[in-house]
Design a protein around this ligand. Structure first.
Ligand code: 13P
Length: 251
């Protein structure tokens, strides 16, 4: 935790959910969140097709809605893509960018993520920019250098002013049930914090840095208690309302 910073527990639903499932899951999260007086702010990021449905289920409550990607252009001839203003128009307040699955499946590099983050901020969305090393990079002792390079290349100048969020997600911990040691998570988050401060000054000290990768109710509390861990980006466990809420309650 960072003193004075409200943690964010974000669910990345990835490519899961039809309309009925999505609404039911969103309603269950909203019910569990009650009036939103919990320690953590809650966010769910469904697939594009469910943004309206989930937004309707969450309307008026404390749980925010986000998307999982956007195009760097506001509009144009880009078949199959969705722009940041479209997401804002559909009710999204946040957008996940540079997730390792997009970096791997769609060849997105830091420059592409930076352009998307600029577009997101221009549209009034809060970018949640993902960084993280592969297993080979960690074994080679390069994890911190890789993450630093990704931060330097992916975060736009307006990032701090937008209240942007960084999510540290080691690629090898995603969906595997494996997590780094608490010492390794703390060390990486401290390195990210130092980089944010160096780049954005005092504001960089207050930006939220989430941990992601196999976060479950059983391991959430000790991870969320670490210095500079200001919440979690949750994949699989966010698809079960009780698990997602249990992670939020572990803050
Ligand atoms: P898991 O929680 O399923 O490991 O996924 C993490 C993730 O990729 C969130 O963006």
């Amino acid at each position: 935790m960072t003193p004075g910073v409200r943690p964010l527990i974000a669910g990345n639903w990835k490519m899961h959910g039809l309309r009925a499932d999505g609404s039911a899951l969103a309603r269950a999260v909203a019910e569990g969140a009650g009036g939103g007086a919990g320690a953590a702010e809650l966010l769910v990021c469904p697939p594009f097709t469910l943004l309206r449905e989930v937004g309707a289920a969450l309307e008026g409550g404390p749980v925010a809605v986000g998307a999982q990607d956007c195009h760097a252009a506001a509009k144009g001839a880009h078949t199959g893509d969705v722009s940041a203003p479209m997401l804002r128009d559909a009710g999204a307040r946040f957008v996940i960018l540079g997730h390792s699955e997009r970096r791997a499946d769609h060849g997105e590099g830091d420059a592409a993520v930076l352009a998307k983050a600029e577009a997101a901020i221009a549209a009034g969305l809060v970018p949640v920019v993902c960084v993280g090393e592969s297993e080979g990079e960690r074994v080679a002792g390069d994890a911190e250098a890789v993450v630093t390079r990704q931060l330097d290349g992916s975060l736009p100048e307006a990032f701090a002013a937008s209240g942007g969020v960084v999510a540290y997600e080691p690629v090898w911990a995603i969906g595997t049930g494996r997590t780094p040691t608490e010492a390794d998570i703390a060390a990486m988050h401290a390195a990210i914090r130092a980089r944010l401060r160096a780049r954005f000054g005092e504001a960089g000290g207050r930006l939220r840095i989430l941990y992601g990768g196999s976060v479950k109710p059983a391991n959430a509390a000790p991870i969320l208690a670490l210095e500079n861990v200001d919440g979690a980006l949750v994949g699989g466990a966010s698809l079960v309302a009780a698990d997602f809420l249990a992670i939020a309650a572990a803050v």
